[in-house]
Design a protein around this ligand. Structure first.
Ligand SMILES: NC(=O)c1ccc[n+]([C@@H]2O[C@H](COP(=O)([O-])OP(=O)(O)OC[C@H]3O[C@@H](n4cnc5c(N)ncnc54)[C@H](OP(=O)(O)O)[C@@H]3O)[C@@H](O)[C@H]2O)c1
Length: 247
């Protein structure tokens, strides 16, 4: 009760909740040494070549999991793999190429993945983009929407059978508190009308991830697969440095 009240107060103040102040206060209540080992578990992390995805993948590796890194670039993926192996001492880390903004690439990745692993205990959808200008994917979908929502939607949907067969299993969607600044606009999901405002379009995709999480949670209610959505706090990552340099 007190913890939940404290969380609400921290979040309402925004700065106290999302900066390292919030992290410092909240982390008094838990320690990373309390985390259970993940030996024998398989985790798939998207956007694992950089920022939060890389940190999450390294965390799973340290706990002994078999970790699969979904990456958009082979070179950056291999660099991430080498870094994780060196830092965690866990050699069971592999890289899989996929452009989440392309439906065909997602289908191919999911097919290969399901052929190669016999279980999937944790899926973390961390990959994400924010763009300055409107661009469309090969499927004609606005790029932020394609990468942050449509690709992860298809990937997760295709991996449901594997997750269900591995239950209890977990899906974690990495959204953003930025979503509070925008409503979803179902009449213009492709952001075709008006001036293209990158941060606003990004925020709407982050809200869409929260809506999707609620729908998946309902759909998977009795399956043993739990779906979470979270805001990671403001983190100094390559993505933030390039898309919001002044922030
Ligand atoms: N950092 C923050 O303060 C913050 C706050 C709120 C929410 N978030 C969320 O946290 C998640 C991670 O962000 P981050 O800050 O760690 O950013 P980041 O450093 O830019 O990492 C994003 C990752 O997504 C990958 N990616 C982008 N487009 C892709 C595509 N089409 N196919 C496959 N992978 C793709 C990138 O791969 P490449 O590098 O190879 O392109 C990169 O590995 C995002 O969903 C973001 O919305 C971050």
């Amino acid at each position: 009760m007190i913890n939940s009240l404290l969380d609400t107060v921290l979040d309402r103040t925004v700065v106290a909740g999302y900066t390292n102040v919030g992290h410092r206060i909240r982390s008094r209540r838990w320690s990373s040494s309390d985390l259970p080992r993940m030996d024998g578990k398989v985790a798939l992390v998207t956007g694992a070549s950089s920022g939060l995805g890389l940190a999450v993948a390294e965390g799973f590796a340290r706990l002994g999991a078999t970790v699969r890194l979904l990456v958009g670039s082979e070179e950056r993926g291999e660099q991430a793999r080498a870094k994780i192996v060196e830092r965690s001492g866990n050699g069971d880390i592999r890289v899989g190429l996929c452009d989440l903004s392309r439906l065909e690439s997602v289908r191919q990745f999911a097919g290969r993945f399901a052929d190669r692993v016999s279980r999937l205990d944790v899926l973390v959808n961390s990959a994400g983009v924010m763009t300055d200008e409107r661009a469309v994917s090969a499927d004609g979908i606005e790029r932020t929407l394609a990468t942050n929502v449509v690709g992860p939607f298809l990937l997760t949907d295709l991996l449901f059978p594997l997750l269900e067969n591995s239950a209890p299993a977990r899906i974690v969607n990495v959204s953003s508190g930025g979503m509070y600044t925008q409503k979803i606009n179902v009449d213009d999901l492709q952001s075709e009308h008006g001036r293209f405002d990158g941060p606003a379009v990004y925020a709407r995709t982050k809200r869409a991830q929260v809506i999707l999480t609620e729908l998946w949670a309902e759909q998977l209610a009795d399956s043993g697969v739990v779906v979470h959505v979270m805001h990671p706090g403001w983190s100094d990552t390559p993505g933030v440095r390039s898309s919001l340099p002044r922030f």
